[in-house]
Design a binder for this molecule. Structure first.
Ligand code: HEM
Length: 141
């Protein structure tokens, strides 16, 4: 019985070794692999539309455009867009995090918030950087 178990273990180890060896061989011999792309990366395969540029279907990108009335469609604290200096920001998740209080942000939802933001924070690095992180696009007429 002991011999059978030892034999089985040896067979399994040999099988794993052989599998690993052949995996390595087939990657090295891959005719379409290119240095720098790593083994097995195909060259010239068609990009997947809408994915290759890093965009996610249905998710806003920084190049989207909005009219003021489109911004106005996001005027609640559970869906809050604002326009500041010609760019559009989705501040929904910032409402509950704002050190200056939720109300200050809620008051900007669906509106042009330029005056309020610039008056309070214009040119200050922390608020400017935070704001930039929420950009979803640009304003158009
Ligand atoms: C519209 C987007 C806004 C963003 C992204 C923003 C961001 C920030 C940030 C990052 C801070 C912390 C500053 C620090 O730690 O140095 C802050 C603080 C504060 N914010 Fe805002 N804010 C916005 C709008 C407003 C508005 C409209 C008001 C008032 C009407 C306001 C009033 C305040 C106050 C009173 C503080 C605490 C004191 C200070 O650090 O200046 N914020 N905000």
């Amino acid at each position: 019985m002991k011999k059978i178990i030892i034999g089985a273990v040896v067979v399994v180890i040999l099988a794993i070794g052989a599998y690993a060896y052949f995996q390595k061989q087939s990657n090295n011999n891959n005719p379409v692999s290119v240095p720098g792309n790593g083994p097995g990366v195909e060259v010239g395969s068609a990009p997947i539309p809408g994915i290759a540029d890093g965009s996610v279907p249905g998710k806003p990108t920084q190049t989207d455009t909005y009219t003021l009335s489109e911004v106005a469609a996001h005027a609640t604290k559970s869906d809050c867009y604002t326009a500041i200096r010609g760019s559009v920001y989705n501040l929904t998740s910032w409402i509950s995090q704002h050190p200056g209080g939720a109300k200050a942000i809620e008051g900007l939802c669906g509106k042009d918030g330029t005056d309020a933001f610039v008056k309070q924070h214009g040119g200050k690095s922390k608020p400017e950087e935070t704001l930039a992180g929420f950009k979803v696009g640009k304003m158009v007429q």
